[in-house]
Design a protein around this ligand. Structure first.
Ligand SMILES: C[S@@+](CC[C@H](N)C(=O)[O-])C[C@H]1O[C@@H](n2cnc3c(N)ncnc32)[C@H](O)[C@@H]1O
Length: 247
């Protein structure tokens, strides 16, 4: 395996197999992996922040799902600021009056960009929730990069009622790019619509994924988000930010 290019500190990092071979991996091992295989970069639509991002030249980017699976690793969703998350982050930064002093939960947060944007826009609290342990580590590292006090939740919170558990005290829920799989999208949208029905505002960022809602949404903004060709088969995606309406 070649040394990854574009590392932020030039350190020789562990290989995919070395970090993935033993489960559960430690947070320290995941952090070493993330630092070695990514670079701290500003997402194109959100230059106010930096996040650890895999680059097209690295093996992590080029690794297939089969190779990652063989190494004991889930797909590295946390390693890219996806178009949906960038759009939500942009909207939060451009509408600080919707965020200031509030508590925000970023569901399916990946590296936590939208949650970090909420904090940068003046949120009192922001929680990044994702089931991938690598995402939780990436969120912690990204929070440190930006000097922001992000909270993380690394368990499945789908179905959690408003005002309880991870949603206790939460005033606004956001979700970027979570409509890419039939089963997951169905569960997530049912749950999020239920939250909206209780009066909790829910924002969704989506670049036209297959399982995005066709109705029951109010469009708040549309952005042209630059995307890596190798990942999205195109260099730009029109990405919408919606307010989800109750069921
Ligand atoms: C395409 S990524 C989007 C990440 C981020 N929101 C962004 O836009 O950059 C989707 C994320 O949803 C997470 N995810 C999938 N199922 C989930 C679940 N049941 N609960 C929480 N997160 C989940 C994945 O681990 C992944 O990080």
């Amino acid at each position: 395996m070649v040394k990854p290019s574009g590392t932020d500190d030039g350190a020789q990092g562990p290989t995919l197999a070395e970090v993935g071979g033993e489960r559960p991996q430690s947070d320290a091992a995941r952090a070493a992996f993330i630092r070695a295989w990514t670079a701290a970069l500003p997402p194109p639509l959100v230059p106010e922040l930096v996040v650890y991002t895999a680059q097209e030249a690295t093996d992590l980017w080029q690794a297939t799902e089969d190779e990652l699976h063989a190494a004991g690793l889930p797909p590295p969703f946390w390693a890219f600021p996806w178009a949906g998350g960038q759009a939500v982050a942009r909207w939060l930064l451009d509408h600080p009056e919707q965020v200031r002093g509030r508590a925000v939960l970023d569901f399916g947060a990946g590296g936590g960009l939208a949650a970090l944007a909420a904090l940068r826009a003046g949120a009192a609290r922001a929680v990044a929730a994702d089931i991938d342990a690598f995402a939780a580590t990436a969120q912690r590292l990204n929070a440190a990069l930006n000097g922001l006090p992000l909270e993380t939740v690394d368990r499945d919170i789908i179905g959690t009622p408003a005002g309880t558990g991870a949603l206790a005290g939460i005033d606004l829920v956001v979700a970027g790019d979570v409509c890419y799989e039939a089963g997951m999208s169905g569960q997530v949208l049912t749950w999020l619509r239920g939250l909206a029905a209780t009066g909790l505002p829910v924002l969704l960022g989506d670049p036209g994924r297959t399982f995005a809602p066709a109705d029951g949404v109010e469009e708040l903004a549309s952005y042209q988000v630059p995307t890596p060709l190798a990942l999205e088969d195109r260099t730009m995606r029109t990405t919408l930010v919606w307010r989800l309406l109750a069921a």
